[in-house]
Write a protein that binds this ligand. Sequence first.
Ligand code: FES
Length: 325
Amino acid sequence: MDYEIIDCIDAGTEFCPCHLSETGDCILCSQLQGKDFCDCTNWKGVCIYQESVWKGDLPKAERKDFLCKIYKKHYINENVIAFTILVKHKLAQELSHPGSFIFLRNPETNKFFDVPISIMDSDTEENRLKIIIELKGIKTKMLNKLNENDNIVVRGPFWNGALGLKNIYSSFDKVSLLIARGIGIAPMIPIMKRLYSKGNKIIAIIDETDFSIDYFKNYFELCNAKIIKAKLLNNGKLSTELKNLIDEYKNEIDLVYCAGPDILISNILEFIPKDIKTACCNNAKMCCGEGICGTCSVRYKGHVVKKLCKVQIDPKYIFDGRRLI
Ligand code: FES
């Protein structure tokens, strides 16, 4: 039987129970949703209800702001910068998982300027984070005012930057097809490293758009990836080139991961055979990352609302029954 399994990325972590438990909105715990029975389906080794009772029905503290130093700044092109940031060892370790991200801001600004950025690489020996930022609006342009040795405010760790994590974690010794467009290459790197470390062969189809793959070359070499450069979209539809490539590999691949705009993800989900596992980047707009502000809320039929900063779902359910207007 095929049914949707909802999970919460923070369940069982040091940040659980969160503020959602205070108002009867916990994503997983039926008792913290106001029901008087337990139907816990996603046991994480910790009873969320018991944690809440022990805490006196109060939530655990939210993520903190850390003042960190910019170790390196590099322009990939005039609109894309790469920062290497020195952080505490604990934070580097917590951000070494696929789907990790942080909120960043210029210390001269306030919390309204927090911008979510995916971790491209977390070096747990040197305690450095590598991130790529596309300079698009006021938040990222304020970050661009910072230079090497300046301080930067980092809030984290957050982990829901990829959807379908279960599919990634359950892939061993198979073939994975990774599809990325433009800046989507950055969040793809930790996923590629994880898959490769578990014996999966990597085939990467990359649409460079306006920045070159050269900056990421070492990571692809490290994972022995077969790189195919291709245009992915044509007038909002999958390009014939991409369709032919998927057809060529569909009998050998176990997992397809896509890092690109929602239109690309949704077209790929429709095109690939249904028995292939999928994962993708989480494109929801985020502001607090703590399930409070509602920026990341997506509405579905039946008055269902999913807060995508916390809800971890299989990509096949992202667009299913979604209300667009
Ligand atoms: S980002 Fe604020 S609720 Fe999800």
